[in-house]
Design a protein around this ligand. Structure first.
Ligand SMILES: Cc1cc2nc3c(=O)[nH]c(=O)nc-3n(C[C@H](O)[C@H](O)[C@H](O)COP(=O)(O)OP(=O)(O)OC[C@H]3O[C@@H](n4cnc5c(N)ncnc54)[C@H](O)[C@@H]3O)c2cc1C
Length: 387
């Protein structure tokens, strides 16, 4: 670890120790996977606190209000953030998906209009890709959009599994703008304000008990003509660029939370005696080794840091590796709590592990299912022919 990194880590740790206190203290270790509904209003205030401290947009270029920090320091931030109990980030869709896409492909006006709201924690974003008939096969999208006589664009259709739409001001939507087009052609990428009469947001309750995602219905919803990123009809290119950010850097931070969850599993195993079972001890050791593997793989990619948002092709294995690791941790958590896990528990530690188990079932689905990740690794990483 360089001196620079050591000092940076200390700076993050000191800041967290003096800011994650008082009214924010109840946010410690809250709001992670399966716990998304925890204190949303306070977590947004926390986002603003982070922004004021200069901890949002660490990888963005300085010209856009970021700090242009190398990946190594971005990772160091995430590690120290989690070590200090930093809550799950409610602004991550805007910060790590929308912002890099706008920086890469948005107009200067769009960058000026939207980046400050994301960086300062004033405007939150949802991702309107999936539809009931278009998940893995995203190009099957049927939500339509067209320019109205007043120059504004209109939308008709339905999106589904839209995380945090109920907490967001804006949604980016991929919709079909060329009537009769099929597949990747004729799509557009629109930025749409959520608070308007043409949009209805219906929560979908999950087995975790939470409802952090939704169905979003567009019935004549409108957005301005200058809220299209890229050219009309070329939305696929923009949508794929954004997915590159989702499957790359944006998930690096997420893994850092796993160390805390593994520690919870160990604490419960020690407290209830499960740790005396050699098979459980072995699985805990395997989980720890797996986590180190994930971490070192991340560090390996940093050796050739190619800039603040791009990572090497090895990054393609990340999503597949961490989602499987996390799913196994969820199973281990349930085996550690034993029969107490079969009913809804009032015990905080048990409930948290139940949430880890329930939510980890989704990890191998969202941001691309396991099967799709394997296709991506084969085709883009290894250059194998499409099946
Ligand atoms: C917690 C969570 C949050 C989400 N948040 C969002 C969000 O904010 N915004 C958003 O737009 N979407 C979101 N999604 C949706 C997510 O992106 C989709 O669920 C995912 O892409 C899979 O699509 P699907 O559910 O339609 O399944 P399908 O595409 O119908 O897949 C069903 C099964 O078939 C397999 N399969 C499909 N095609 C192939 C193929 N070519 N080769 C091999 N196997 C294949 C899949 O791997 C899967 O096992 C979220 C999902 C979850 C679980």
């Amino acid at each position: 670890m360089s001196m620079n990194e050591q000092e940076f880590r200390q700076e993050v740790a000191d800041w967290m120790a003096t800011h994650l206190v008082g009214r924010f203290a109840c946010l410690k270790h809250r709001g992670g996977p399966g716990d998304e509904e925890a204190f949303p209003a306070l977590r947004k205030e926390w986002e603003q606190e982070l922004a004021a401290g200069g901890w949002v947009g660490l990888g963005w270029p300085k010209a856009h209000g970021g700090r242009d920090l190398p990946l190594a320091l971005q990772l160091a931030f995430h590690e120290e953030y989690v070590r200090a109990g930093g809550p799950g980030r409610i602004g991550h869709i805007g910060e790590t998906l929308m912002a890099p896409t706008l920086i890469a492909l948005g107009t200067p006006e769009q960058q000026r209009r939207f980046l400050p709201g994301i960086r300062e924690g004033r405007e939150y974003w949802a991702q309107g890709y999936s539809e009931p008939g278009a998940g893995s096969d995203l190009a099957a999208i049927t939500t339509r959009c067209w320019p109205g006589e007043d120059g504004r664009w209109r939308l008709q259709g339905q999106k589904v599994w839209t995380s945090l739409a109920h907490e967001s001001e804006w949604i980016f939507v991929v919709a079909r703008s060329t009537p009769g087009s099929v597949g990747r052609e004729g799509l557009s990428f629109l930025l749409v304000p959520l608070d308007q009469p043409g949009i209805e947001i219906h929560p979908i309750r999950q087995m975790t008990g939470e409802a952090e995602f939704n169905s979003v219905f567009f019935d004549g919803a409108v957005t301005e003509a200058d809220c299209i990123v890229g050219k009309p009809g070329e939305g696929w290119k923009v949508a794929m660029a954004l997915l590159g950010f989702e499957r790359g850097v944006s998930t690096l931070g997420q893994q850092m939370h796993f160390i805390h969850e593994l520690q919870l599993v160990i604490d419960v195993a020690r407290a209830n005696g499960a740790a005396r079972d050699p098979a459980i001890r072995q699985r805990i050791a395997d989980a720890w080794v797996g986590l180190q593997g994930l971490r070192y793989n991340g560090l390996r990619m940093l050796e050739e840091d190619t800039g603040s948002t791009k990572v090497r092709p090895e990054a393609l294995i990340y999503k597949y590796a961490w989602s499987n690791w996390h799913r196994e941790l969820g199973q281990l958590a349930m085996d550690v709590i034993g029969v107490a896990g079969d009913v809804r528990s009032d015990d905080d530690a048990v409930r948290r592990l139940q949430q880890v188990f329930f939510f980890s079932r989704a990890d191998t689905i969202y941001a691309g299912t396991n099967e799709i990740q394997l296709n991506i690794i084969a085709e883009r990483g290894l250059g194998m022919p499409r099946g």
